[in-house]
Design a protein around this ligand. Sequence first.
Ligand code: AMP
Length: 223
Amino acid sequence: MRLVLVGPPGSGKGTQAKRLIQALGLTYVGTGDILRESVRQKTPVGREAEPLLKRGLLVPDVMVNDMVADLFRGPKRPERFVLDGYPRTEAQAVSFDALMRQEFLKLDAVINLAIDDEEVVSRISFRRVCSSPTCGAPYHLVAQPPKVPGVCDLCGSPLICREDDLEETVRRRLVEFHKSTDALLDHYARQGLVRDISALASSESIFQNILKSLPPEPGPRLS
Ligand code: AMP
């Protein structure tokens, strides 16, 4: 199975990606993770990307296209995968289509996790993380609150709102998301690949709806 996951921050995309990986044995490819690692390692790509990541802006198409092409042309080429955060623009999708053709691979579906912007902002406003760099435990003020308000259960450090989760950053990321995603989804709709899944249900039922929407995987060849 070869999937692309599309959804704004706060749509539960990361959670669904993890479930798909476990259930279907897929390789996770997340361009956000690769970029954050490049920033940590201070590579040339990381240095260029850092200010854009901080402001919630997209990095240039050519940068992520090259990063993904290196991965698919390298010795660790993923065969069955879920892509999280890529392609994010129509130009990236065109480049990825060409890469897939060159590598004789075919996408099976593009899962679109649909959710209203205001719902995203409200969901993210409940997120907190432990401020200790060695702990960083995540909390949710409603679904998973700390025992003592504002204090980490595990190490006692104060809880903070991640810079990524500040309302201003979230709204900026949503604007960026819509600017590029409509054309991206149109691109894949023309290929008959888009599966629209509401992200408003429970994590389990979203997951079941995704599974139901997928084409059957070809079984092992007998003969
Ligand atoms: P994510 O973890 O997928 O939300 O990505 C975090 C940040 O990495 C984004 O806000 C962008 O700055 C950058 N990024 C990740 N993937 C892409 C992409 N496909 N195109 C452009 N920028 C990206």
